[in-house]
Design a protein around this ligand. Sequence first.
Ligand code: ADP
Ligand code: ASP
Ligand code: MG
Length: 817
Amino acid sequence: MIVLKFGGSSVADSERLDKVVNIIKSHAANDQVTVVVSAFGNTTNLLTTALQSASIQDNKYLDSLESVFNKVDAISESLELSEATKKAITRYKEELSKMLEGVFLTREAGPRITDKILGTGELFSSLLLVEKLNSSGSKAIWKNSYNFIKVSDENGEKKVIQKPSYRLMQSLLQHHEVVVLPGFIASTENGVPTTLGRGGSDFSAALYSAGLEASKLFIYTDVSGIYTADPRVVKQARPVEQLSYREALELSHFGAKVLYAPSVQPAFEKKIPIYIKNTFEPDAQGTLIQDLSTDKNTTTVSGITHLKSISLITVEGAGMIGRFGFAKRFFEAIGNERINIILITQASSEYSLCVAVATEDAHRAKAVIDREFALEIETRRIQPGTVVSDLSIVALVGEQMKSHTGVSGKLFSSLGANNINIVAIAQGSSERNISFVIEQKNVKKALNTIHERFFERQRKQVNLFVAGVGTVGSRLLNILNNQKQHLLEKLSIDLRVVGISNSRTMSFIPGGHNLEDWKKPLESGKPASIETFISTLTDLNLRNSIFIDNTASDRVANTYYELLSQGIGVVTCNKIACSSDLDNYKTLQKESIRGQVPFFYETNVGAGLPIIDTLKNLIDSGDSVNSITAVLSGSLNFIFDTYNGTESFESIVRQAMTGGYTEPDPRIDLSGLDVKRKLLILARESGYPLEIEDIKTAPFLPEKAANSTSIDAFLDALKENESHFQSLFDNANSKGNKLKFVAELFKDENDQLIATVGLKAVSPDSDYYNLSGSDNILILYTDRYRSQPLVIKGAGAGADVTASGLFGDIIRASNQR
Ligand code: ADP
Ligand code: ASP
Ligand code: MG
């Protein structure tokens, strides 16, 4: 004998019923079959709504009732009903109308009438399933669960009385036909109809399987088993092949809706294997729940489950410490109110006691506690209870967790890295379950983060938000597009560009933009504002989020602290933040370290050249920097390398601008400010706490250009002063020298740190002399590199190398997540 249960979604319409019939037939070919069926999908909800409307004398109840009838009629019409079924259905419909009318007139929906009304859905579905089976050549009979599942009712507290129910069920064994029974409904010892609570058909099925000593219980639903997490929240969730009874119980206790928790119990007691299967994919393996001995299960963590709408009630006070019986009074007070406590934590100091309850019970619970401890509160030995709402419980469940160390470390570090604050933690002594409370708004992120950490070791989703898609930004998107597949296959990183903004518009696609075609959604996006860009990024609350700054804007740079403090990584080629005042630089570094949030800015100096990373590695490994000499401006190097007096200085500056070699505002390069910023960053990375004012400059621009108030005026001033540049060039050239803009950091004979930037005429034996185009060079003397310096040289400006530097930082940041 086997028992099959079909949930509401499996019997939502005539077409689905055909699938159910096929499944029943294939089982019936080999076994004696008992079928338990839920109401047609959504019927119980409609009846609940009808009841609520009727009880406040709202005529709308008739609409809900009509929807229920329409479903019944649609399925009835597709069948040729027997006279008996026709009659029964008409009678149940009439009863339903009358009962609801009664509720409407009296404005009273007591427990008895409520149960009777809600249970009618199962009567309809089971009757029609029998007809459907018989019309397709099976032999099926209908039996009413009122006669088999008996419930005791003590002051409204209902409990199934198993032994008498099992005894009654024995008569079902004599039938050779398929026996179809309505789930969810039962009756009291006095024969009053009642129900087993929402989702109760699973319980009915488990009771029948136990009462009939079935060899197997099949629960057919609309998913292929119990998933590693709720598949509606975690897209990557997958069915778990097998679970122990205890694991299933813990998983369903905290809300895995697919199975109603107590339903496992009767089958558990009789050690009946339970198969969770998909009506729409009956060949899929599904989940097998059975009496697994611990060592048979291979995975440490079996699943993650969550429960929404939770509130925490906390009582605190020195008056609790060492007080015998405090907890007893606390729990008794709540228990007497029939409030269910979902989770308990008590600090070992005994200073506070904290319980989680359903939000709908929270205020009642607080009132009860405050009443119980009124005296202690009045004498200030404890404080009144506090309620925090909008919380959820998340639980990690696994039979093997107890024998594996480090599970909680892994769990909490991945949550911490995503800035998910944990409000309370409880680990059951069974160690089969670690539960913790978080804010409801973080549930999706938390579940996906944990799921990725425990079940998708091979893949990590990283969500990028790109501000600035000019020359550098658009090249970066190009590289991301080209490398996407490679990253997935080689590094298991699934990069998604979720947000894109330029100075005019911005676009968000939570699943990631199609990088072949990002311009269209951007053009038709919302008007851009950095504040909204950041707030949307934060509201989306996606795990492993990284913000990428390709702008040269100080407003954008000013957002880094907020981002880092919320656990959002920052990758930037914008130098403003790291060359701002020292306090700000230090705060950002600290924030990145504190939250272990990636903050990478390799492209701030030398574009894609590995300068900052090299410096960091040297310092981290205990080396110390004694001097830096460098040509760090690809733009100035390009300009002075190209300028030879034949073409005007102004036109060469224009070429550098269009080639993407300069900052958007070329004055930042030509005034030497850009190089100053770079040297400042190098000094700080080397451990020297400098401010920008500490770096000396020898300006080479004519006064009018240096003081110009716009880019155009600047370029005009360059044009007017061509002779100034001509003579700079001639002076150097006549001595066989070349002009280079050089940055230096060293200690003078008095051990004073000197930092300067300025234009120098360098001779052919200089390291700088042969530097061509936009190349950079950095010459570093350290304690370890004493006689022979460490030299880094290569293209140090241009959109392509900067974009590839950014890409490198994105990979580094992704690996750190
Ligand atoms: P039925 O109507 O068959 O009783 P339910 O709607 O009660 O089905 O339960 C099935 C639903 O439970 C699935 O469609 C899924 O959305 C949800 N669910 C929540 N958590 C899980 C989980 N861990 N595994 C599978 N399904 C889950
Ligand atoms: N029809 C009932 C409900 O929706 C019972 C069940 O489907 O399990 O709660
Ligand atoms: Mg269900």
